[in-house]
Structure formats: structure tokens, C-alpha cells
Design a binder for this molecule. Structure first.
Ligand SMILES: NC(=O)c1ccc[n+]([C@@H]2O[C@H](COP(=O)([O-])OP(=O)(O)OC[C@H]3O[C@@H](n4cnc5c(N)ncnc54)[C@H](O)[C@@H]3O)[C@@H](O)[C@H]2O)c1
Ligand SMILES: [Fe+2]
Length: 384
């Protein structure tokens, strides 16, 4: 299996200021800067537009992306791209903005209903190059050939994986993600950790993805809690920004598994942020999956610093289960039942659809233990 990654990656403080030079090096002259309202108001979008302008590019800004982007937002962004006659897309934001921008960039060569391109390698035409600048740490979308877009007609989160969705340039700049408040730091940080873990235990893990996955997990063990405790701890913030890239690079080439398979339907039905829905599921799903890959999970425990050389595989696995529960407690990740807008009756009624959508995504097939629909429903209940 090839390892598909951005052609160029910069991971350093201030990397965002390279956007102009990178766009010019690609021979581009008209940029559509895709972002959201928050980043636009923060001044970061204007700063990067300035950098692009200074490198000779004509810039238009589309700031209409909302969390968990929809097919409708993608089409709006596409219209902005056409009207500006853009030849490069610069994405500045969290995973939602990056995913929307990556999809906008391929829409020209793939104009059919987005649902048609769902799944693996379904795109037909090439797209424009994307320069991805993440502001969360994070989904790792800057490193992935994956997007998640909500289909507004069915309220499902569609996953598209295609080499043409991989950004051409990733600019990972710790100065952007350092402004995340505590809850966001926790949610996106556990998303990162989940990418590393799932890539490592996936049935599709390879010799190429393993080092990326383990580096991601190790860095989460070192830096996630520190970044959450003290947002000004730039070393921890930089560690998590790098971990996010590594986690994305690993999972997009090795697949995610059951946590992500179950997390997307939760997000679609209850509008729970992606990282949070992973976080609430991770302990229960890990307990379920452990018997399918005990050595791999022991490796995760060791990388997280939860187990040591002298611990046997079983002890390391048990330490991991305790460690993940503890991590959620320490990062103040709420239980599902404590979230506003999620009531038990609606949750119970939604279980069959969520389980069916989880299975349909294909991700559970890569899990160390492949679940049946009833087992998925039971795991949702355990996370309640
Ligand atoms: N493509 C992939 O590989 C991949 C992987 C995992 C998740 N995802 C998708 O990514 C989306 C989630 O992305 P996310 O978790 O990065 O959150 P997000 O992009 O939805 O952002 C959440 C909120 O945080 C704000 N925000 C962004 N940067 C900030 C900063 N530095 N400081 C303060 N606030 C900031 C945003 O404006 C937004 O309001 C979901 O749709 C999920 O399905 C994609
Ligand atoms: Fe994720």
C-alpha cells in the first residue's frame, strides 16, 4: 500500500506565513481562502490573506463553513471559488473548515451529488491544490485524504476517502492552535489520540503507518494533559499539533476503526462535536476490542506511559483501560447523559439507525473485534 501524504509539510511556529510562497511555488495566482466566522473575526484569515497578497496572489475569502460541514456549505463555497476563478484553495480552520475546503477543491472535476463519491476512491476528476492550515490540534485533516461531510437530506455524515482529497501543502503552526479553550483542547486532543490508537490496531495497519501511529500516541501521552492544564504551555501545544498531523497521516493510510464508526452517527444525530463523541466512546470500545489485538493494545499502553517493559500483555491492556477512563475524568470529558440536547428516549430510539450507519461506514470492519449491530447498540448504551 502506498503512503499518501501532502507533498510538502512544514511543522513550525509561524508556518502559516509560508502560505504565500507555497502558493506561488505551485504557480498559482488566484486563491480562495476558506475559513469560518470565528477565524475570520480573530484576524487570522486577514493575516493569511495579506501574506498571500504579498506573494502576488489575488485573494477572495469564503467564511461560510460551520462545524460539521454540510453538502450545502460545500456548494456555497464552490460558487465562491467559481466566481473568483480561483486556482488554489487555502484552508484556515479546524477539521470542519479543512474538510469543506478539500471538498470544494475537488468539486469542479466531481460535480455530481456528493453522496455518489462516498466511500473509498470514488472521485472521478482531479481538483485544485489545497494548502491546509489547521487551527485545532486536531483532526489531522491537513494530512489526510479523508473528508467528512454531512448529507443534509439524510442527516448522515458521509466519509469520502480519495488520494485527490489529500492537501498538497500542510502548514502546521502551533501559534494557531494555542488559542483553543480547554474543552476544545480536550475534545480534539482525544480525537488525535483515537486516530493514533485506531491506526495502530487497525486490520489495515502497515509498517509505514505503525511508526506514525505510535509517535502520535506517545506524544499524546506526553502533551495532551499538559496542553489542557496550561494553554500557554507552548511545548505541549506544539507536541499536540505534531501529534495531530501524525495521527491523520497514520489513520488515513491505515483506516480508523470502531470508535470512529460509532462516533460519526452520534455526531450526525445529536450534533455532538466529533472529538467529544470519540472521547465518550473510547473507553468502552477499547474494552470491547482488546481481546482481538492484546499485543497491539499493550503497545499503546506502553507508548502512553501507562505500562512498562516488565508488565505483561494482560497487565498492560488493563492499565490502558484504566488509563483511558482516567484521562476522560482528568480532562473533564462529560458522559453522554450529561450533554445538553441528548435525552435517553431519543437516544434509545436512535440506536438501531446509529448502529446501522456505523456498520455501513466500513470502519468497524477494520476493528480488532468486528461487532454485530446488537453489540454496537450495547456499546452505545455503555457510553451513556
Ligand atoms: N478529514 C479528516 O481526516 C477528519 C478527521 C477527524 C475529524 N474530521 C471532521 O472534522 C470536524 C471537526 O473538526 P475540529 O474538531 O477540528 O473542530 P471544528 O473545525 O468543527 O471547530 C470547532 C469550533 O472551534 C473553533 N475553533 C477553531 N480553531 C480554534 C482555535 N484555535 N481557538 C478557538 N476556537 C477555535 C471553530 O471556529 C469552531 O467553532 C468534524 O466534522 C469531523 O467529522 C475530519
Ligand atoms: Fe477523528
Amino acid at each position: 500500500m502506498p503512503l499518501v501524504l501532502p507533498a510538502t509539510t512544514w511543522i513550525e511556529p509561524g508556518a502559516r506565513r509560508r502560505a504565500g510562497d507555497e502558493a506561488a511555488a505551485l504557480g498559482r495566482s488566484r486563491a480562495l481562502l476558506v475559513t469560518d466566522d470565528f477565524i475570520a473575526r480573530s484576524g487570522v484569515a486577514a493575516e493569511i490573506a495579506g501574506v498571500l497578497g504579498a506573494a502576488g496572489l489575488a485573494v477572495a475569502i469564503f467564511d461560510g463553513v460551520e462545524p460539521d460541514p454540510t453538502d450545502a456549505a460545500v456548494d456555497e463555497g464552490r460558487a465562491a471559488l467559481v466566481s473568483h476563478e480561483a486556482d488554489v484553495v487555502v484552508a484556515v480552520g479546524g477539521g470542519s473548515v479543512l474538510d469543506a475546503a478539500k471538498t470544494i477543491a475537488v468539486r469542479g472535476g466531481n460535480p455530481g451529488p456528493l453522496r455518489q463519491y462516498m466511500g473509498y476512491q470514488q472521485l472521478q476528476g482531479a481538483g485544485l491544490p489545497v494548502i491546509a492550515i489547521p487551527t485545532t490540534a486536531g483532526t489531522g485533516s491537513e494530512a489526510t485524504r479523508v473528508v467528512v461531510i454531512t448529507d443534509t437530506s439524510t442527516d448522515t455524515k458521509m466519509m469520502l476517502l480519495d488520494d485527490r482529497l489529500c492537501p498538497t501543502v500542510a502548514l502546521v503552526d502551533v501559534e494557531l492552535s494555542a488559542t483553543m479553550p480547554r474543552p476544545l483542547t480536550a475534545h480534539v486532543g482525544v480525537d488525535t489520540l483515537t486516530h493514533g490508537i485506531e491506526a495502530y490496531v487497525s486490520a489495515k495497519a502497515t509498517d509505514e503507518t505503525d511508526p506514525l501511529a505510535i509517535a502520535c500516541v506517545q506524544r499524546c501521552g506526553l502533551h495532551l494533559e499538559a496542553a489542557w492544564r496550561d494553554g500557554d504551555d507552548l511545548e505541549a501545544r506544539a507536541g499536540m499539533a505534531r501529534a495531530a498531523y501524525e495521527g491523520g497521516a497514520a489513520f488515513a493510510n491505515a483506516s480508523v476503526c470502531l470508535v470512529h464508526g460509532m462516533s460519526r452517527p452520534l455526531g450526525a444525530v445529536f450534533h455532538v462535536p466529533h472529538g467529544l463523541s470519540n472521547a465518550v466512546l473510547l473507553p468502552a470500545v477499547t474494552a470491547f476490542s482488546l481481546p482481538g489485538a492484546p499485543d497491539r493494545y499493550a503497545g499503546v499502553a506502553r507508548a502512553l506511559g501507562l505500562a512498562y517493559g516488565e508488565d505483561d500483555t494482560d497487565a498492560a491492556g488493563q492499565a490502558l483501560l484504566r488509563g483511558l477512563e482516567d484521562l476522560n475524568r482528568r480532562l473533564e470529558v462529560p458522559r453522554l447523559r450529561d450533554l445538553p440536547g441528548v435525552d435517553r428516549a431519543t437516544f434509545d430510539a436512535a440506536l438501531p439507525k446509529m448502529a446501522a450507519d456505523a456498520l455501513a461506514s466500513g470502519s468497524p470492519d477494520r476493528n480488532p473485534v468486528v461487532p454485530a449491530a446488537e453489540e454496537i447498540e450495547e456499546l452505545y448504551r455503555r457510553a451513556w
